[in-house]
Design a protein around this ligand. Sequence first.
Ligand code: COA
Ligand code: AMP
Length: 632
Amino acid sequence: MDYNTFYNHSIENSEKFWTEQANQIEWYANPNTILAKDENDYPIWYPDGELNLCYLALDKHIQDGYGDAIAMIYDSPVTQTVKKYTFQQIKEHVAKLAGGLQSLGLKKGDTAVIYMPMIPEATFAMLACARIGVTHSVVFGGFAPHELAIRIDDCKPRVVITASSGIEVDRLIAYKPLVDEAFELANHRPKKVVVLNRKLGARVPFKKYDVDYEALVYGSEEASCVALPATHPSYVLYTSGTTGKPKGIVRDTGGYAVALKYAMTCIYDAKPGEVFWAASDVGWVVGHSFITYGPLINRNTTVVFEGKPIKTPDASTFWRVIAKHKVSIMFTAPTAIRAIKKEDPNGDFIKQYDLSSLRIQFLAGERCDVATLEWYQQHIPIPAIDHWWQTESGWPMIANMMGIETLPIKAGSAGKAVAGYDIRIFDESGEEVAAETEGYVVIKLPLPPGTLMDIWNDNARFQAGYLAKFPGYYFSGDGGYKDQEGYIYITGRVDDVINVAGHRLSTAEMEEIVASHSAVAECAVIGIEDALKGQIPLALVVTKSGETIEKFQLEHEVVKLVREKIGAVASLRTVLVVDRLPKTRSGKILRKLLRNIADGVDFQIPSTIDDPAIIEEVAYNFKINKIGVFNR
Ligand code: COA
Ligand code: AMP
């Protein structure tokens, strides 16, 4: 079928379309109702269907005769390990872990936090939770104890599952002390911490609440899959919003399973049995949808990669993994390609590997800049597909639907609306704008299955953040425009969320932390363009009057504070002490103006500015400190 026919069918006969997609997976109870609405008129998909994600990912394939097929390849350059697991082996491990969790008192409706590095057991823990109806919340290993504590307090897990350590390039990161520290900070106290000791030499302080992961798995009976309502929250995944408090995005079960099977087939064009590699982390949505659940539900071999595109040990790692494991479809962030390009500009490493298995390269997490796309195409002449989505959607919203029809690639565009998404570009008043005109990227309700159901414990924030701005539409938080042919170009966030090396971070949260320093009177944190990471944060601080701290000392302390509170992943390295910040006459800090000056973008002086002379002052400051455009 051609893309246009397929797309129009999805919008004009939405319920029929999603009934057809629901028929592609196995249910314990088929849904009779396809689409209903909750008390706030928000769509609910397949409300009377029953299923289990772990069953679809593992047991089903064993029943179908694929038990001995390879389900997962763990490739870890940092520990020099390659390990393969069959569906049968994973199922046995996961079922026993699930049994072990049940023996700790976990049952359907409980929550569990998973704080682990990129190892198979992180996905096993997710699947074990899904097996018994426990809602998991995976916390990215790069987040500091303070962030972990915030999430523990919000989703109130009964158990935390962790590992002794992760490895960042060449340094060991002991996870267990971080969990213990988070427990000290949190108000909620989980009953147990299940600890996988990787025996890599990290300090693993023992606490009374600890349970050994291996003993739990091997000492437990296998638990069977629990039939769950389609609306059961499979997980909560926290993401940055426009306030200091992260938002717990709630994912359903039924809609998610349908959407992932659909995305694997129609967007990624992944054939069962092929090797599919998403080089991300289980702590992000990519890791949920396209390392863990999507490939396994589609009976692909998924790759769990514990390493980085560079320095583990060098910029050839990606190509080695593709060649060695015969990867057919790969997914990474453009920043990873930029990092490789910087180390190996002529693609010399690429030439050393047989990449003939690789059919399609997908890119997401941030906009793929034209230079990166062109470099990739020059060295690896296969389709390189930029595609756009968010933690909230759980799966792609704009793409080139490779399983339906390969449309011409337009550099700079994430493609066209994925079938099921009615994407519009609105102006401030909610009117659709003409082609080539930039505006807010919104999606007409109902959002398709598998997209966010709610914000955990905060429906008011869900309504206010996504639904109130344009009634009847979901507000994505991104800006963009469509061209005459319906290709969509994402131009970036329109709020205080920034994207650093494909990681979504909140400048508001960083501001709260910077402002907590005793010498800081006020501050602004903005995201400025960066050649490698896409964006990096920059903090501007004004000290309290009479404050005598040396500038360099304050800068050092602020960097340290953000690293301690959020984690190294925040990548805040530059702090500028300034005399004053640009403000409106009513006292609002003009962050966009600061960003434009740093990025060297043409801008109009806001009519509300308190003192236009500050523009010169800021530009001078950025120039002497080599910030942004003044460093190129
Ligand atoms: N645990 C502990 N620390 C972590 C971590 C983790 N899981 N992940 C990152 N960090 C630390 C890093 O060690 C680094 O610390 P440092 O400041 O002491 O060097 C800091 O957080 C920043 O990490 P990162 O953003 O990864 O930057 P980098 O300079 O180490 O590497 C890239 C740059 C581009 C190679 C890397 O960011 C990358 O591979 N990006 C791809 C991102 C991606 O896949 N995103 C998912 C969306 S698809
Ligand atoms: P996250 O929720 O962490 O996946 O981040 C989602 C945000 O990343 C989106 O709202 C966009 O701002 C940005 N993003 C993701 N993919 C793309 C893309 N292909 N093009 C442009 N921006 C993207």
